[in-house]
Design a protein around this ligand. Structure first.
Ligand code: GLN
Length: 495
């Protein structure tokens, strides 16, 4: 029987399915890259996920992939078209971080995560839109464009990796990489109905990831299925001599952790994650998903994480403090944009930063500089670090009684474009449920768990440090018991 799908529907298949077709030589890598480029041409005018499309490079890389597939030397992701958030450095390809200040910046080296994807054979389609310096929850803080949610083009895709999530949802890449500092992989994954994993801090090298808050930043995959997430993690994880915070803890083959039931798994449910601000439609879908986990064999246990309510405030001290230091390097001399204005060097620095940074980045630099200044350092920064330790120890205690923790990913579904732009606090609240795991440095995945008012809802599963296997295994069992992973937004005209 000929299983070969027509080329217009190729972009809707999973990485695993595409690999099978490539291995059997039922499709070629060049043909596949062209199918994705066609899809981008067809829908990206409406979705605006891409800042740069590297069509020529993609076809070259795909030709190489075809040669390796033919000679039987194929890597695990050979020929799979993917794209990267525009803060992951790519040699010779503009990398803007969504900021005017880095417009025209072309990195002289590759991020380790990208280099590892290339070693595994993946093909680069381009660079994806994001909130400027990864600060935001809607991708509207991009200096270049607002990305739309493929499920409803009048709503946001979430952020800051909104381009990465929207591209996967719209079939504009087989998978993408984003980055997550306080929720920026998981929250857009939830809002766009795709799978998104924030790995344990240190699991994936940050070398070549443009820094926002270095003690929190992690690169993570956005995929259509949990199995695809495991495949991408296998390729990008592990120790890197270029990043001293990358971990030597051994990386297991995560595809072997995927399971079909949850016998013997204890799932913690923290009531602190089901309070004020949670939309009823989201709560309903998440509670049903947790019941499904029970039906699959899991034992549900109540756990308590009482400091959850302090996590957001603490994050908005620590992350801006680190950002104010990391962003000091953008002076117009070494990278990207340089203002033509200013009588002397200092005036030129000031003009460059005034013109180069957008309002949210300036707000964070001011918040962070204030929190670190003499006289306020003890009251804000040191106190925030103490709360961070408490948040982490509460997770440690909870994990004595359970193997993973289930919560909503985002308190709401996708909101209207523009609706939170004048209210930074409302925007910050998008990350209420994702920030605690970031502060604790532990892994967490968002997996689609239904719809509310026609928009996707995400279930978050949080695990112990370096135990991506358990949350991927449980997410897989859940995914297999539903058909959410097969739903696609209606963007492409039938034909
Ligand atoms: N939305 C959060 C913020 O604006 C988290 C961003 C992120 O994870 N990069 O800081």
């Amino acid at each position: 029987m000929d299983m070969r799908p027509d080329s217009r529907s190729l972009p809707d298949l999973s990485v695993r399915e595409l690999r099978t077709l490539l291995d059997r030589r039922e499709i070629g890598a060049v043909e596949l890259a062209r199918a994705y480029l066609d899809r981008i041409g067809e829908v990206d005018g409406r979705v605006r996920a891409y800042l740069t499309v590297t069509a020529e490079l993609a076809l070259e890389q795909a030709e190489e992939a075809d040669r390796r597939l033919a000679s039987g030397e194929a890597g695990a992701l050979e020929g799979i078209p993917m794209a990267l958030k525009d803060l992951i450095s790519t040699r010779g390809i503009e990398t803007t971080c969504g900021s005017r200040i880095l417009r025209g910046y072309v990195p002289p080296y590759d991020a380790t995560a990208y280099a590892r994807l290339r070693e595994a054979g993946a093909v680069l389609l381009g660079k994806l839109n994001m909130d400027e310096f990864a600060m935001g929850s809607s991708t509207e803080n991009s200096a270049f464009a607002a990305t739309a949610n493929p499920w409803d083009l009048s709503t946001v895709p979430g952020g800051s990796s909104g381009g990465s999530a929207a591209a996967v949802a719209a079939g504009e890449a087989a998978f993408t990489l984003g980055s997550d500092t306080g929720g920026s992989v998981r929250q857009p994954a939830a809002l766009c109905g795709v799978v998104g994993l924030k790995p344990t801090y240190g699991r994936v090298s940050r070398y070549g990831l443009i820094a926002f808050a270095s003690s929190l930043d992690q690169i993570g995959p956005l995929t259509r299925t949990v199995e695809d997430c495991a495949l991408v993690m296998n390729a990008i994880s592990g120790l890197d001599p270029h990043d001293s915070t990358s971990s030597p803890v051994e990386v297991p083959d995560l595809t072997t952790a995927l399971r079909d039931d949850l016998q013997g798994v204890r799932v913690g449910v923290p009531e602190e994650y089901f309070g004020e601000g949670l939309e009823p439609g989201v709560e309903r879908a998440v509670r049903e998903a947790i019941e499904r986990l029970r039906a699959l064999g899991a034992e549900l246990v109540e756990v308590s994480l009482p400091s959850t309510k302090y996590a957001l405030a603490t994050y908005y001290i620590i992350a801006p403090a680190e950002a104010s230091s990391n962003l000091a390097r953008y002076d117009g001399v070494r990278y990207g944009y340089r203002s033509p204005d200013g009588e002397d060097l200092v005036e030129n620095y000031l003009a460059t930063r005034e013109q180069g940074f957008g309002p949210e980045v300036k707000r964070r630099i001011m918040l962070g500089t204030y929190a670190l200044s003499a006289g306020y350092y003890e009251a804000y920064y040191v106190k925030a670090q103490k709360v961070r330790t408490i948040v982490k120890s509460e997770f440690d205690r909870a994990f004595e009684r359970c193997d993973l923790i289930a919560t909503p990913t985002s308190p709401t579904v996708a909101f209207e474009l523009g609706s939170r732009l004048d209210d930074p606090l409302a925007m910050y609240l998008s990350d209420t449920y994702t920030i605690p795991a970031s502060m604790a440095g532990i892994p967490a995945i968002s997996v689609p768990c239904g719809f509310s008012d026609g928009l996707p809802v995400g279930l978050q599963l949080i695990g112990r440090a370096f135990d991506e296997a358990t949350i991927l295994g449980a997410a897989h069992a859940y995914e297999r018991s539903t058909d959410w992973a097969r739903r696609r937004p209606e963007l492409v005209s039938a034909g």
